[in-house]
Design a protein around this ligand. Structure first.
Ligand code: HEM
Ligand SMILES: [Cu+2]
Length: 529
């Protein structure tokens, strides 16, 4: 299939900021999400650095008071979850790549797609109003009864999260309809790239789980404003019920974050191993398997909330069950690498970083799923380390792999490979220096969410804070590489990596309509034999 001349493409298809703010092109909406998510990541990262700087040594530091610490920690967590990792891969990369992967011109509902972006931006702005009312200090989980009575801007953040939830739901509806209805000739479900399976199973979670969060947040707002007595013990309500509602969404939500990331890893590992992926169907089914089982494990967040032993044992068993489809993916990725002719370009470096760090995140997750262990580690720094190994070591590493893998396709330019590799080394090493000591601090008994700590914890906290500075340096290098690439990168060919999926058969960057003529596929996605 001949690619069109690169003069005419989706970037120069229309001119002016307004043409972007009113665009119905999935590629442009993907780029709008990219800019939004990167901005929020920078703000969330600054809050993380402030928290780490405060924890560099015993006693009050740069944040000065416990209230400032609680606000910075809460805003960091809420920003990273609701404005970075939930929209990060599905809405940014998924929006750009999904129609290209299935040979379609666009997503099923372009207007709904644009609306989903505005829900994210409006929701974020509403959350930021909280800063006028002394911010929010509840932790990103907004646990009751404290979140009902704390006198600050909590209502605005909760309302903002409620609005942002619709961005996720609308994206999910769009991707389910697009995957079912807009596949090109010959593109049966088992010929779809695995990234599409990741997005599809995520979309099901977005549509089924997010409404539960919406209802929970609305009830919390009503409890704060009028007092309905559903979570407030003073009015006969049950504060633990809030935890059940919150985690019924928020545990599947962690798979909304990781499933698309796993999809990127499948794409990158097969392309840079020059080998057909091992066990395509097993990986595809494991995405669905993870999505289904993820609805039945939320109780592992309540092992120390007075839960019955029977319930705890069931939730513990089901949580370990999620480890099975996850292990299938990890095994199949390693089997694909085996005897592959591996190219260590930066997308692959980030993918291998994912494999190493996510495995540590997964294994420590199994430890926390063991009731006897969790009773000791709950709400300690061991938990903080665990979810950062999954969220940063997993999701962010995969996001970086995807950015550098599809950068030539998205912008028609190459980036500086050495610079990208340097950013990988800094992020990977800085990450382990920051978060591995936190496993030890947690095992020593250091609680999370405390403004200060005992002197015995100081040495490892110093190491951890230094590590967070190295991570920050790594992301600054990555940003410089991206900006330089956008400005003066070499012109990119249609297929710089020798990929086998359909996006590499279009021009770099693609034309507005994606393909000159509708593609037709006659075989699976990764034919490297
Ligand atoms: C990239 C560098 C990052 C650093 C250095 C960092 C550091 C931290 C620190 C120090 C805490 C506070 C722990 C405590 O005292 O309780 C924290 C909490 C948290 N972080 Fe990060 N983080 C980073 C990235 C992320 C990312 C990408 C996510 C995405 C999900 C994330 C999500 C969270 C959450 C949810 C909390 C809990 C906040 C709470 O307790 O309410 N972090 N992080
Ligand atoms: Cu969970």
């Amino acid at each position: 299939m001949s690619s069109a001349s690169t003069e005419h493409n989706y970037i120069n298809h229309e001119k002016g900021l307004w043409s972007w703010l009113t665009t119905l092109d999935h590629k442009r909406i993907g780029i709008l999400y990219m800019i939004t998510v990167m901005t929020f990541f920078a703000v969330g990262g600054i809050f993380a650095l402030l928290v780490r700087a405060e924890l560099f040594s015993v006693g009050p530091g740069i944040l000065g008071t416990a209230s400032n610490f609680n606000q910075a920690m809460t805003l960091h967590g809420a920003l990273m979850i609701f404005m970075v990792v939930i929209p990060g891969i599905p809405a940014f990369m998924g929006n750009f790549i999904l129609p290209l992967h299935i040979g379609a011109k666009d997503v099923a509902f372009p207007r709904l797609n644009l609306l989903s972006w505005y829900c994210l931006v409006v929701g974020a702005c509403v959350s930021l109003v909280s800063l006028i009312y002394n911010g929010v200090d509840t932790g990103w989980t907004f646990y009751t009864p404290y979140s009902i009575h704390t006198d600050n801007g909590t209502t605005w953040v909760v309302l903002g999260a409620f609005i942002m939830g619709f961005s996720s739901i609308l994206t999910g509806v769009n991707f389910i309809a697009t995957t079912h209805k807009l596949r090109c000739k010959g593109m049966s479900f088992f010929r779809m790239p695995l990234f599409v399976w990741g997005l599809y199973s995520t979309a099901v979670l977005q549509v089924l789980a997010t409404p539960v969060l919406a209802i929970t947040l609305l009830l919390l707002i009503m409890e704060r404003i009028v007092g309905v007595g559903i979570f407030d013990p003073k009015l006969g309500g049950d504060p633990i019920l809030f935890q059940h509602f919150f985690w019924f969404y928020s545990h599947p939500a962690v798979y909304i974050m990781i499933l698309p990331a796993m999809g990127i890893i499948s794409e990158v590992i097969t392309t840079f191993s020059r080998k057909t992926i091992f066990g395509y169907k097993a990986i595809a089914f494991s995405s669905i398997g993870i999505a289904v089982v993820s609805f039945f494990v939320w109780g592992h967040h309540l092992f120390v909330s007075g839960q019955s032993e029977v319930a705890a044992v069931i939730f513990s068993f089901l949580t370990m069950l999620v480890g099975v489809p996850t292990a299938i993916k990890t095994f199949n990725w390693v089997a694909t690498l085996y005897k592959g002719s591996i190219q260590f370009q930066s997308p692959m470096l980030f993918a291998l970083g994912f494999l190493f760090l996510f495995t540590i995140g997964g294994v420590t997750g199994i430890m926390l799923a063991t009731i006897a262990v969790d009773v000791h580690f709950h709400d300690t720094y061991f938990v903080v380390a665990h979810f950062h190994y999954v969220m940063v070591g997993g999701v962010l590493m995969a996001l970086m792999a995807g950015i550098f893998y599809w950068f030539p396709k998205m912008f028609g330019k190459m980036y500086n490979e050495t610079g990208a590799a340097i950013s990988f080394v800094l992020i990977f090493c800085g990450f382990n220096v920051t978060f591995f000591p936190q496993f030890i601090l947690g095992a020593m008994g250091m609680p999370r969410r405390y403004f200060d700590y005992l002197e015995v914890y100081e040495p490892l906290n110093r190491v951890s804070t230094i590590g967070s500075g190295i991570i920050a340096a790594g992301f600054v290098v990555a940003l410089i590489v991206i900006i330089k690439g956008l400005r003066s990168g070499e012109k990119a060919p249609a297929n710089p990596w020798g990929g086998k999926t359909l996006e590499w058969e279009t021009a770099s960057p693609p034309i507005h309509e994606n393909f000159v003529t509708e593609p037709e596929v006659t075989a699976g996605p990764y034919e490297y034999r």
